[in-house]
Write a protein that binds this ligand. Sequence first.
Ligand code: ADP
Ligand code: MG
Length: 691
Amino acid sequence: MTTPPTAALDQLKGIGPRLKEKLERLGIARVEDLLFHLPMRYQDRTTVRDIGTVRVGSEVVVQGRIGECRVNFGRRRSLLTVIDDDTGALTVRLFHFSRAQQNGIERGAWLRCFGEVRRGPRSIEMVHPEYSVFDEEPPPLDAGGYTPVYPATAGLTQNRIRGLVDQALARVDELAEELLPEELLRANRFPTIAEALRTLHHPGSAADAGGALAADHPARLRLAFEELLAHHLAARHSRRQRESLAAPVIDVPGQLWNELESSLAFSPTAAQRRAIAEIRADLARGVPAYRLVQGDVGSGKTLVCAAACLDVIEAGGQAAVMAPTEILAEQHLVNFLNWLQPLGIHVATLLGRQGARERRAAIESVRAGVAQLVIGTHALFQESVEFHRLALIVVDEQHRFGVMQRFALREKGRRGTSVPHQVTLTATPIPRSLAMSLYAEMDVTTIDELPPGRTPVDTVVLPEARRDEVLARIRDACARGEQVYWVCPVIDESETLEVQAATDTAEALGAALDHVGVGLVHGRMKTAEKETVMQRFRDGEIALLVATTVIEVGVDVPNASLMVIENAERLGLSQLHQLRGRVGRGARRSYCVLLYRAPLGEIARERLAIMKRSNDGFEIARKDLELRGPGELLGTRQTGMQRMMVADLMRDQSLLPAVRRAAGDIVEQHPDRAGRIVRRWVRTETELAHV
Ligand code: ADP
Ligand code: MG
């Protein structure tokens, strides 16, 4: 960041070195940064809601007469207070409470509280809400408007941030420079930047009960537009920077690929051929390629990247294939060894859990250039790894790597101004208009065809209570000599619990199913252990494989015809689709059972229904976007870009064509503004990513 601070934080009241440090952690270094530290949402403290109508998950004010108030000695001691407002009852639960608090809450008095509504064992609950006690019915709320909730950090309270933002807002006209051309503001009826910021921080009655500013509010639209514009300009900038670099020219007859192709038991699909041709054209340009290949699970992306690797090897370069997990890296290894060893190509592997001697040998062969292809996990970009002449990096499921990790690998291949080509594979597709705007730095190839002969997987959605039926299905499948996956996904964000759940499940299933060989793989096992279990599953010695989501990607056992996924309602649709892609790889009819824990919310029900209805990864991703919003799908994880602060990629898609046009105009007519727009919205990491 090169802009000097125009308004130093010291100009604010109540600022000291400790507070400054905390603000810096939020990316706030200047007073004007506070203006763009926008609320994530708003709290509605303007209206008292009827207890009978509040929704679980919402943050609301409720009040009611205190009925019961007692200390509960359950697993954890808590003070329970039940309030009732004639429309319903709600329990307030305090785990930490003083004697004074306990005495202050009296039966018959009134309690007003603000907090998040949760489901409780007997009624809806609030845990540690803000509350006040009244002797009689409380006076009406003063309708001071919606309260902003800001991204915060440890030791920095909402009230503190609100106070600082308000100080900055008092100087908004002076500090927030108008960067959008006037014609653009007029044509779109956008408010000025100062007006828009005032509204965003203090929406008054413009916010709605969902805690957001109305989607079509001009203030929100204007900021969303500018934010999308910033990301688009940043992407164009990275592309231009990349295109000013050099890369090895790969222009070969393609003999190695021809040899591989003629040895395959199948012929590549038209879509695969097209993808290969597009990558070849990139590689021949002498400019670093940066291409995203998106294709559904099983569409054969591995073969496409193998073709690119072969061209690079034929031209005397090295290729690296980077996978997000050990299991996937190992799976790639099996494929590549099968395909490339007969061609006399030397393949090395670098995995996190390799033995020291093995790793040293691999590193040496990569450094000396003996290894023509290297397959690995994050172990590939360790400091000790040096490449002889790295010319191509293939990244599988890029969104699972950090931007900096990919950057580090590219730097390993740098020689002066020449950097390696990059091809990225993903099974989580992005709609075209989004790709054009936000991935303006990449070229996108879509593999829109599956190899022939695949039978779509039949999906069944069942409540957990019907586990017995599932066991019967497993018995039948195993009796026919088929194999089964049972997936136990993350329940509590904790790998330990996930591992525990899988271990327990494997034991229980082993006990319930006599004569069925049960195996277990999870992320805490050593690579060799995992590989042994996987090998026994591949060989058919194990009929039922219980696994955590480690098997999500890449595992290929065509004899598996049934997959059971527990807690399916907790997983993203694209992840479910990935998992489901592990079955249906052979010729026989395959099934996927999605087990959920009742009761299901409306959206959860709709999501599982989509899985039942569709086997098309693109359609599933589209619906997932609609139902979930792209934050998750296209957030930091997928794009390697920071989360959008105002824009919502799904909702604001219609702005994108205008954003692209405006970007062109600004670069031509106001080139000095482009950089300032980017710096206002896009944090450094993205800018670093591809320069
Ligand atoms: P994904 O796109 O999910 O990574 P893979 O590359 O793992 O898919 O391919 C899935 C399976 O399909 C592999 O066993 C692969 O060898 C096989 N395959 C790839 N291309 C074809 C094709 N054109 N015809 C038949 N099978 C193919
Ligand atoms: Mg794959």
